[in-house]
Design a protein. Structure first.
Length: 407
């Protein structure tokens, strides 16, 4: 993992959205990217239920590439970019080349950079999108548009209607082509899927490290997306032989790993570990509340999968032929269980990325000059957590973490 790339991706927590309107809470790019992928998952599951093919891996990489592009072009509003593409295609192509050139030194993985280049070409209209991706692309674009509509609906509480009228009309027109998607229909008409996303959106309002000032502040939902992206990139770097299902499971288990906090709120680590038995007790309470408040909002065709993602979330695991979770070693994941039929998940890799995100959150704030004993103690605790020679998921975590925090 290139340190500059990790820091660049982390900038997604600092890019403000809708900063020309009154905002009732922080709206940042990382949170938007996170909610978009949660929505893409929900809409995509409805389409899979209708026997449509969904290329989840394409969608996952699209979310990374879009975030990278947004970070580079954050000063150019979306309507301006759309006008550039429509009215000045040559200049728009040069702008995309400038974005790609800026990332070339940060992405030594030639195959990844090639995928990034192809994706940017597809989005600009210079490279055709394959026919078999049509449903997947529609799901992804619908999630993008609807996540923007959700932000607008939350902003409408504190902004005059006149300020939002044109934006609302444009968004409603732009989402029309995707209304054949069943999941989008259910979201737009406020059915059960909408109630589920309402619960998940609460993670946007919950600030991590809420006992201390920190710059930039990060939400639980944004943190989950950052963990998912790091899980994707580190998995690709240290274990390129993963089957597609494993890559997909790893991403979404990371994206949903803090889902219980939407109904329990974030319990900070020092409190969770105040007594020896408390972590297990907290987990038991979380499971009970999730079963009571969240599970009834899930559709049967994705309920079991989300429970699988959020149960024993930091263990390497598979599903046996009876659908029972089985804990396995990383070596077993790489050999006899590295195929779709076992639904493999690298939970320990997700845990590394969870700690990595917390380390970045503390370290970057400290380097900005906003510090406290909570942040310094948290940073040192994470750095001391992994021994020098310990290898987890193919990663020397101690060495990796120290390479990120050193100047």
């Amino acid at each position: 993992m290139d340190k500059k790339l990790a820091l660049k991706i982390f900038e997604g927590f600092s890019i403000q959205r809708w900063n020309d309107l009154i905002r009732p809470f922080e709206l940042v790019e990382m949170d938007k990217a996170a909610e978009k992928m949660v929505l893409a998952y929900i809409i995509g599951k409805y389409e899979e239920h209708r026997k449509k093919y969904v290329d989840w891996k394409w969608m996952i990489y699209a979310s990374l590439f879009d975030l990278l592009r947004k970070i580079s072009l954050c000063d150019i509003k979306a309507p301006v970019q759309q006008m550039l593409r429509r009215e000045f295609p040559d200049e728009y192509m040069r702008l995309n080349e400038w974005v790609l050139n800026g990332y070339r030194v940060m992405i030594p993985d030639d195959d990844l950079f090639s995928e990034f280049t192809i994706y940017v070409g597809q989005q600009s209209g210079n490279i055709p999108i394959p026919t078999e991706l049509r449903t997947t692309v529609n799901i992804y674009r619908a999630a993008h548009k609807y996540s923007t509509i959700r932000e607008l609906e939350m902003l409408s509480v504190v902004n005059e209607k006149e300020r939002l009228k044109n934006i609302r009309n444009e968004l409603e027109a732009e989402i029309q082509p995707y209304l054949e998607l069943e999941g989008l229909q259910k979201l737009m008409t406020h059915q059960k899927a909408f109630d589920f996303i309402l619960k998940i959106e609460q993670l946007r309002f919950q600030t991590r490290w809420n006992q201390t000032p920190r710059v930039p502040a990060t939400s639980v939902l944004g943190h989950c997306f950052f963990v998912a992206i790091m899980t994707l990139l580190l998995g690709r770097e240290y274990n390129p032989g993963m089957c597609d299902r494993r890559v997909i499971n790893n991403f979404f288990s990371a994206l949903f790993h803090d889902l219980p906090e939407s109904v329990t709120r974030d319990i900070i680590s020092p409190v969770k570990t105040a007594t020896d038995d408390l972590p297990n007790i907290v987990k038991k309470i979380e499971d009970e509340i999730v079963n009571k408040e969240l599970v009834p909002l899930m559709e049967p065709f994705f309920e079991k999968e989300i429970i699988y993602y959020t149960s024993d979330e930091f263990t390497d695991r598979i599903l046996d032929k009876n659908g029972t979770i089985k804990h396995v070693s990383w070596e077993e994941l790489n050999t006899k269980y590295n195929s779709t039929e076992f639904d493999p998940i690298d939970g320990r890799l997700v845990r590394i990325c969870d700690h990595f995100s917390a380390l970045m959150e503390a370290d970057i704030s400290i380097k900005h000059g906003i510090t406290s004993e909570h942040l310094t103690g948290g940073r040192e605790g994470i750095l001391a957590r992994y021994s020098t020679e310990e290898i987890i998921s193919g990663i020397n975590v101690n060495e990796f973490f120290h390479s990120i925090v050193t100047e």
